[in-house]
Design a protein around this ligand. Structure first.
Ligand code: PLP
Length: 394
């Protein structure tokens, strides 16, 4: 059966080239990067080189780069660490209503510890307004965290503007850039952020490895305590092959950004215009311009996203309903509710995310299958029958 993968925001395949670079660190250079002998030193050298490369790609210093187990840990550490370290100054945190659960559940656990959290609204386009941030700041605010790019609807946030507001008030600013690396340029100095999270598996690197950038001079508490790895800030034996893989994947992702983003956007736009032309009663969620090139999110009215997903899966097509991380839950997506979609429309939503190897032929195949699936499901949908009956009765 033909297989088409359009779920690149959930994860990407590891590039062959990156895999080749990682291999020796599983077998030959397997030493613990903290050991003093030559096996350990080989690992430590590879980690050092990777740290330098990542720092250069982000516009940071090597000693501002901390390896984590992924985006989730980086988000937890950024916000918990900064909030704990500043609890004498205040207990107020600001974030947005459309963050990934890695951030939202971090805030929820801080609320249980007595912190107060303000969730900034977004509007129909899925974008935070700086005036709302200015209004939300109090003299107890210590940390602000707003994501650079949303994982469900791809909306891009005005991080530079928001970080400047935080800086003026001496409040720490963190951004979750997990979806942004390789899709839009990311430079910590240009953005003016104090902390930034990223994750290897979103840009053709390995899973289970991420980075938290912490600007020099920022005081933060530890999240994972243990050995003295990561300059005493994060315990745990360094995952050398993954670190090497993340740096190699990031180097390629940044080098090829323009070429890939142009191709991916062309595939996405081909898909969006075909769907809007061929399938009636669809809503294209999010901002048309200020969004990630890879993202298309549609609500198909009168039917369930899960049913569409399963039918497309039977046709060999992989996409996601809501965010991949929340699939398994039947609650409507918090992001779609935040942009003002009613629950029944949020339920009928599907995210298609395109990759560097997506072809026009694949896009056309998926458009055909989506059209067929939606027609079939509407054919057996009581809601659609009622709507059509309504129309005839007018
Ligand atoms: N933040 C965003 C915006 C994401 O999309 C994801 C993963 O989907 C994460 C954080 C979590 O990253 P990880 O899978 O590396 O834990």
């Amino acid at each position: 059966m033909r297989k088409v993968y359009l779920d690149y925001s959930a994860t990407t395949p590891l590039s062959e080239e990156v895999f080749e670079k990682m291999k020796p660190y599983f077998t030959e250079c397997f030493g613990n990067a903290n050991s003093l002998h030559s096996f350990g030193r080989d690992g430590a050298y590879a980690v050092d080189m990777a740290r330098r490369k990542i720092a250069e790609l982000l516009g940071a210093e090597p000693n501002e780069i901390y390896f984590t187990s992924g985006g989730t840990e980086a988000d937890n550490w950024a916000v918990k660490g900064a909030a704990w370290a500043r609890k004498e100054k205040g207990n107020h945190i600001i974030t947005s209503a459309i963050e990934h659960h890695a951030l939202l559940n971090t805030c929820e656990s801080l609320e249980k510890q007595g912190f107060e959290v303000t969730y900034l609204p977004v509007y129909e386009n899925g974008i935070v307004k700086s005036e709302d941030l200015k209004k939300a700041i109090t003299d107890k605010t210590t940390v602000i965290s707003v994501m650079l790019a949303n994982n469900e609807i791809g909306s891009l946030q005005p991080i530079r503007e928001l970080a400047a507001i935080a800086k003026e008030k001496h409040i720490l600013f963190h951004t979750d850039a997990v979806q942004a690396i390789g899709s839009v340029p990311v430079n910590v100095k240009e953005l003016g952020v104090d902390m930034l999270s990223l994750s290897g598996h979103k840009f053709y690197g390995p899973k289970g490895i991420g980075v938290l950038y912490i600007r020099k001079g920022v005081k933060t508490d530890k999240l994972i305590v243990g050995g003295h790895q990561e300059r005493g800030m994060r315990g745990g034996t360094t995952n050398v092959p993954a670190v090497v893989g993340l740096a190699a994947a990031m180097e390629t992702a940044v080098r090829d950004l323009d070429k890939n983003a142009k191709h991916i956007k062309a595939m996405r736009d081909r898909f969006v215009s075909a769907i809007e032309k061929e399938v009636p009663f669809v809503i294209y969620n999010g901002d048309r311009e200020k969004r990630l090139p890879q993202n298309a999110n549609f609500s198909f009215e009168f039917i369930e996203g899960e049913s569409i997903l399963y039918k497309l899966d039977l046709a060999g097509i992989a996409c996601s309903s809501g965010s991949a991380c929340s699939s398994g839950s039947l609650d409507p997506s918090h992001v779609l509710l935040a942009i003002g979609l009613p629950a029944e429309k949020a339920h009928g939503s599907i995210r298609f995310t395109f990759g560097k190897d997506t072809t026009p032929d694949e896009v056309d195949y998926v458009v055909g299958k989506v059209k067929e699936t939606v027609e079939y499901l509407r054919g057996i949908s009581p809601l659609f029958a009622e709507f059509k009956g309504g129309i005839q009765n007018v």
